[in-house]
Design a protein around this ligand. Structure first.
Ligand SMILES: [Zn+2]
Length: 131
């Protein structure tokens, strides 16, 4: 009789404490994947690379499409490396894809989040044997 209200009270306090400290960060973590899911990102191989011509790929984020010219470059440290040149803006990124530990990119997205659409896109293409 005496124990039950006590343990109930304690568990309520623990729950409340967790609720307060976890809810905000949980909410933030929830936002990112939901946002990413809502924005449909697709990658399209516009033109496969040949021995003398670079390939062209298109990454569509929601309703925004960005075209990239890319070619594979030699990579001796694991994975496959691509020089990816964003059309129109002159940004050149060296993107490496392979096992998760082998994925790197030079863009701001990768530098801040550790993942980016270039890696995601090239992983999709290499994963499907399209390049
Ligand atoms: Zn990137």
């Amino acid at each position: 009789m005496v124990l039950r209200p006590n343990s109930l009270k304690r568990s309520l306090e623990v729950c409340d404490g967790f609720g307060r400290s976890i809810t905000p960060s949980y909410g933030l973590e929830q936002d990112a994947p939901q946002d990413a899911k809502m924005k449909t990102r697709t990658i399209r191989l516009v033109r496969p690379p040949t021995s003398d011509e670079p390939g062209v790929l298109c990454i569509t984020d929601g309703n925004k499409s960005t075209f990239y010219v890319f070619r594979e470059i030699p990579c001796e440290i694991g994975g496959r490396a691509f020089a990816v040149h964003r059309l129109g803006l002159g940004s050149l990124y060296h993107v490496r894809v392979g096992a998760p530990v082998e994925c790197t990119c030079e863009c701001m997205g990768y530098l801040s989040k550790g993942r980016c659409k270039h890696i995601q896109g090239l992983l999709a293409l290499t994963g499907h044997g399209m390049v």
